[in-house]
Ligand binder design. Structure first.
Ligand SMILES: [Ca+2]
Length: 292
């Protein structure tokens, strides 16, 4: 099935506008990076891997959503939140991944108050934050922390989606992460690629897991996905799966850009199949980093 988008941006950039904005951003970024390097007195670490302790905003950050403002949009103009009506479909909670706040998304099946854009979902997205959007040629790193809150596992084969890299325009996602049975799996539905990246999440329910997905966005077979995970108690990320020479930007319907969504989307879950009616997931520190 093809998940609908959470809403078409009011002013989607044309390809040329998008490229122009991106180039302008890169020029600014280069200037800022050079300034930071010069000011700090070092010259070789401008592309150092961001780590959890590096909370000061990285010059290469295209998006940094930490929820420390206490607001559902994390104080970022244009951040898209759920359209579900239930008051607790999305809330800012006390306690984050090494911080004071995080966001919660909740979905109860068979309840219209937890339907957003026609499906059982509650998600946030960056589709109206232009500098963090996806265009062909971008190389992006997506990092985010996830807590499966009081999560009951299910023997059903349905996967509940917790993060997506999407193309706009009603296209299927390029990739997503889903909780399925006892595992968290990476999947590219159009390329029919799937691999578990957390083989058994049950020891980590109610704890923060951090994910890193590097993507070269290409409309030919020159792209890649690299998926890394840092589990509770681990100091570093572990590379779990790499797919190279893949067509990562592959819309079925014409579109010029893509975006990310985080939250909970339960497209195939059903209480008849034994899935719990209610599930809740928390996210924190959602970042888009320009590697290009
Ligand atoms: Ca936080």
């Amino acid at each position: 099935m093809s998940p609908p988008t959470p809403g078409t941006p009011r002013h989607p950039p044309t390809p040329s506008q998008g490229a122009s904005m991106k180039n302008a951003h890169k020029r600014i970024c280069i200037a800022v990076c050079l300034g930071a390097v010069a000011g700090a007195g070092y010259a070789t670490t401008a592309t150092a891997t961001p780590e959890k302790s590096a909370r000061p905003q990285q010059a290469s950050d295209l998006l940094d959503v930490d929820y420390e403002s206490g607001a559902l949009d994390s104080g970022i103009p244009g951040l898209t939140t759920t359209h579900a009506k239930a008051s607790d479909a999305s809330t800012v909670e006390s306690g984050g991944d090494g911080s004071a706040h995080s966001v919660s998304h909740k979905v109860t099946l068979n309840d219209p108050d937890y339907v957003s854009d026609g499906a059982p979902r509650s998600e946030s997205a960056n589709n109206e934050i232009e500098k963090s959007l996806i265009h062909v040629g971008d190389v992006h790193r997506y990092e985010f922390s996830v807590m499966l809150k009081d999560w009951e596992t299910s023997s059903s084969k349905a996967g509940d989606i917790i993060f997506q890299g999407k193309h706009a325009g009603g296209n299927k996602p390029s990739f997503y992460l889903m909780a399925q049975r006892n595992a968290i799996a990476f999947r590219s539905p159009l390329l029919d690629l799937q691999a578990p990246v957390v083989e058994d999440f049950r020891p980590y329910v109610d704890q923060w897991m951090r994910f890193r997905i590097d993507v070269r966005w290409a409309e030919s077979r020159t792209g890649y996905y690299k998926v890394s995970v840092r589990l509770p108690g681990e100091k570093d990320f572990t590379l779990k799966k790499t797919y190279t020479d893949v067509n990562t930007f592959h819309p079925e319907n014409p579109t010029a850009f893509g975006y990310i969504k985080w939250g909970l989307y339960r497209p195939a879950s059903s209480t008849e199949a034994g899935d719990p009616a209610t599930r809740v997931v928390r996210h924190d520190d959602i970042r888009v980093i320009d590697l290009g």
